[in-house]
Design a protein around this ligand. Sequence first.
Ligand code: ADP
Length: 255
Amino acid sequence: IVLREIKVDGYKEIRRLCQAFNEMNKRIVELDKKRRQFVADASHELKSPLAGMKVLVESLIQGGFEDKAVRDEFLQSINKEIDRLSKLVNGLLELAQIENADELKMTSLNIKELLKEVIKSLEPIAKSKNISIYLNGDGIILNLNRDNMFRALYNLIENAIKYSNENSKIDILIERDDVAKITIRDYGIGIPEEDLPYIFDRFYRVDKTRARKTGGAGLGLSIVKHIIKLHKGDIEVKSKVGEGTAFIIKLPLEV
Ligand code: ADP
């Protein structure tokens, strides 16, 4: 009887091990697929500004230099493409850095003070569109990695400005519940419902032509999502086309 029991237990154990290995294998295959997709997407994103520059430089070589107006226009276009490439490369580096970080150095910080700093650094851009930013709610001390949380809040508020019309406003609200809740609300162009599930994906842009004008690489929100995840928090979005967008961050309270 004892032997039979051991046999049955052994069989169960092996089956459990097999299941665990299968799960692990599935996960590795998934990760590998994601990595390949990422390399393909990144290469594609890098290729298009390069192709644009190549065409412009070739036209200049073929005689565009003789006409000053044409030359100036082409050089400005090349300059813009270089800016796009730099943004993309910087975004990729930032994303890689955040994804490689297992653990972040955390300190106790008042989220309201941090938000004030972010707003201050974005003031020139907000002013250029005559957008007012209002910050409401009491400060809460949270366990944060300063630089990364600064980056996340910066990306969200910068987007709120970028995707709002002139003379608009942005409302930022801090609330305390069983978590700390930060809402960043704009009254800008909004995001179509069908795009909402994808906006945190890398390189995702709702309107590629518009993104080209505003110069986004579609990496900002995926960086935000990673940073919030590293803080064991959560982020969600609510939006209506023509009415505006609200990003809601939930962060654990300091224990
Ligand atoms: P980008 O660098 O292109 O702004 P993000 O990852 O920051 O990339 O955002 C992805 C897309 O989500 C943007 O291209 C834009 O279409 C949309 N988006 C983000 N924030 C807002 C917002 N506040 N209002 C409207 N659309 C937004």
